[in-house]
Design a protein around this ligand. Structure first.
Ligand SMILES: Nc1ncnc2c1ncn2[C@@H]1O[C@H](COP(=O)(O)OP(=O)(O)O)[C@@H](O)[C@H]1O
Ligand SMILES: [Mg+2]
Length: 349
């Protein structure tokens, strides 16, 4: 990020970088409470904790905050590569604990792990394993992770586990084969998208953390559009806000206006969250189907079709204007091409 850009807005560092940096943590919309509850659950040292949320909702940020706030007697270790096989997980954990497991068999590594955890426990230390992207973990690997919670002294579990994952993790845990694991989960947290009304506070929090001391940098209309286009997903808010600030900077504007956000949004291609296609998309398809029928019936008028004005997106699509209009246009064009083709073949028969 150029210093000219930062100076232009009176910033010391980039406010909307997408790396989850704890210095930029926003605790609104239950996130600070969730963090406290997670800390409490970890220090209790029983069972498995689960944290789910959409891509970009802030799970890794919470994971880093949690690791940073653990009392000094708790050691955090990470499992960041979920695509390991059951033995691979043992080796990865051994490496995190600083053990040399090279050339050993899996059962030997397990014994080493056990010994190390008992030794740490004897020194008054507790170990928490933070598992990221747990939805991508093979089921037998998840089961191997669960088995590690069986390592215990007569009075204490030796390893505390926190699973972070996308909502698909819940689907995996609902499978009969995963019953033992799901029954071990003592605390579940869901990281929700930010509601629209908190987006201004979120933006300001990040700007302040970046050294901004001025007044409202984003206009009300700009904030509304960011809230709408991001669906409250924090990573999307950051990406759009960053691009919009770039657009404002390019114009030498001191405030970010709606048109800057519109440009930013047009540059972003966000997929709908898995399995949750928005209702307006289904409605677009239905409306396009109706348009096809009309076009078919009105085909004799096609000579005039080229002179028709662009087809406006329907009123229910308000709030998704640029993207919806593009999609709507594309669907209509496809249908026009399709019906033209049908007529063409019909005439040739
Ligand atoms: N509570 C928060 N406060 C400030 N920024 C956040 C917060 N949660 C997430 N972010 C930002 O959103 C982006 C995505 O967060 P991340 O934790 O990586 O999401 P996930 O792990 O759920 O995919 C990062 O840029 C991060 O800095
Ligand atoms: Mg993450």
């Amino acid at each position: 990020m150029s210093t000219v850009y930062l100076q232009h807005f009176g910033l010391q560092r980039a406010p909307f970088s997408i790396t989850p940096n704890p210095a930029f943590f926003y605790g609104g919309h239950s996130r600070a409470d969730m963090l406290d509850a997670m800390l409490y659950a970890v220090t209790q040292g029983e069972g498995i904790i689960k944290v789910t949320g959409e891509v970009g909702s802030g799970k890794t940020m919470l994971c880093r905050m949690l690791a940073g706030r653990l009392p000094p007697r708790i050691d955090a270790i990470y499992l960041v590569n979920p695509r390991l096989d059951p033995d691979g997980v043992l080796f990865a954990i051994a490496a995190e604990l600083g053990l040399d497991a090279a050339g050993r068999r899996a059962d030997e590594v397990l014994r080493l792990l056990n010994g190390e955890l008992i030794a740490r426990h004897a020194r008054g230390r507790q170990v928490v394993l933070l598992v990221e992207e747990a939805q991508a973990m093979p089921l037998d690997t998840l089961e191997a992770v669960r088995l590690l919670t069986n390592l215990e002294t007569s009075s204490h579990k030796l390893l505390q586990i926190v699973l972070f994952g996308q909502p698909e993790l819940d689907e995996h845990l609902a499978l009969p084969a995963m019953r033992q694991l799901s029954e071990r989960i003592t605390h579940s947290f869901f990281v929700p998208p930010l509601p629209r009304e908190l987006v201004p506070a979120f933006l300001l929090c990040r700007l302040r953390a970046a050294g901004y001391t001025g007044g409202a940098l984003f206009s009300n209309a700009a904030v509304r559009r960011i809230a709408r286009a991001s669906g409250g997903i924090i990573r999307r808010i950051n990406i759009i806000a960053d691009k919009a600030m770039m657009a404002a900077f390019a114009e030498d504007a001191v405030a970010v206006r709606d048109r800057h956000v519109r440009l930013a949004v047009a540059e972003c291609r966000f997929a709908a969250p898995a399995g949750r296609r928005p209702a307006w998309l289904a409605a677009s398809v239905a409306a396009a189907g109706a348009a096809a029928l009309l076009l078919w019936l009105a085909w004799p008028l096609r000579a005039h079709a080229d002179s028709l004005p662009p087809i406006p997106a329907p009123a229910w699509a308000n709030g998704h204007d640029a993207q919806t209009q593009l999609m709507f246009d594309a669907i209509c064009k496809m249908i026009i091409a399709f019906t033209a083709n049908q007529h063409h073949s019909a005439h040739n028969e």
